[in-house]
Design a protein. Structure first.
Length: 322
């Protein structure tokens, strides 16, 4: 089998994350094994079934926010955090079908972009959800060319827009780096040890635990809506399977926050296996509504084009926020 090109891996990361999101959404907060119970044979079709308020193939807030980040990066020529925050606010004000409680509170607080998440964290002391990790595939592609320090720094800054807990920043940074390694054609799981050395010391141990080769999601001490078990579950799904489809099935079968665990898994697996590994029967019905943006709906060809533009990346010279 021919190894995917870097562009195929980048497109795989972006589309793969969106596909995982849409596949997992109908099973959110359901029991373990629900996906395989309904679709016991891989390849039979019908998995983009919809349900739980979602149309078949409809992506959730995970992918909607990811697209907003991607379009900001491209239109602003780099990381413009106030612009990303304004896009998030516009989207949130339009009443998307789903939005995290913490994210909604931050975006509707009326506080400045550079203080809103921190102020929310000060008063609530709960901000380690996976809501920043879930939207990180496009930014991971964009910043990959800048190297480890650049991509992890960008991830932290983007996460901090809505999540005041550094745990969320570090998890998003780890994801960015693992995707960077995969886009270069290397195995991201072999890069975990080196990546952990770049994680803030206060959070290194918890990520070392969930990214260890012998860790299983059953060992998680928190719900997989938290950032570290979510990332750990995605790494586990990648480690214990041999292809994109199998990794997504394993992720959704964990139950719980299935759309986000599958979105993170899809971003990693798509970067490893490339866009050619994403089944057409999953990609064709995929669509991403963008509330607040003139009722736009992106489909897979739009995401492919977006990912292609993101692959130009950045050398790190455009990281300074105005």
């Amino acid at each position: 089998m021919t190894s995917p090109t870097p562009t195929a891996r980048a497109v795989g990361a972006v589309v793969g994350s969106a596909v995982g999101d849409a596949l997992g959404a109908p099973f959110e907060f359901g029991p373990e094994g629900a996906f395989s119970a309904r679709f016991p044979e891989a390849g039979w079709g019908g998995e983009m079934c919809g349900g739980g308020g979602w149309d078949p193939g409809e992506a959730t807030d995970d992918t909607q926010m990811a697209v907003l980040i991607a379009e900001s990066l491209l239109e602003c020529g780099g990381l413009d955090l106030p612009d990303v925050f304004r896009r998030f606010q516009r989207w949130a004000a339009a009443g998307p079908k789903d939005i995290g409680l913490q994210t909604e509170a931050v975006l509707s607080s009326g506080d400045p972009w550079d203080l809103a998440a921190a102020l929310h964290f000060q008063s609530n002391q709960r901000a380690a959800g996976n809501g920043a990790l879930m939207r990180a595939a496009p930014s991971a592609v964009y910043f990959a060319l800048g190297g480890r320090e650049t991509t992890m720094d960008a991830a932290r800054r983007l996460a901090a827009l809505t999540h005041g807990d550094r745990a969320a920043w570090e998890g998003t940074a780890v994801f960015h780096e693992l995707v960077r390694v995969a886009l270069a054609g290397d195995d991201p799981l072999t890069a975990v040890e080196a990546t952990l050395r770049a994680v803030h010391p206060d959070h290194r141990e918890r990520y070392a635990t969930v990214l260890a080769p012998d860790w299983h999601p059953d060992l998680a001490t928190e719900f997989n809506g938290a950032v570290w078990p979510c990332l750990g579950s995605a790494a586990w799904a990648l480690r214990t399977t041999d292809g994109f489809e199998a990794a997504i099935r394993a992720a959704i079968d964990l139950g719980g926050d299935t759309d986000t665990v599958a979105a993170v898994t899809g971003g990693l697996a798509g970067a490893v296996y490339g866009i050619g590994s994403v089944p057409d029967r999953w990609a064709e019905p995929l669509h991403v509504p963008l509330p607040g943006f003139t009722d736009r709906v992106l489909r897979t060809p739009d995401l492919v084009e977006l990912a292609g533009r993101l692959t130009a990346g950045t050398d790190g010279s455009r990281l300074t926020t105005p």
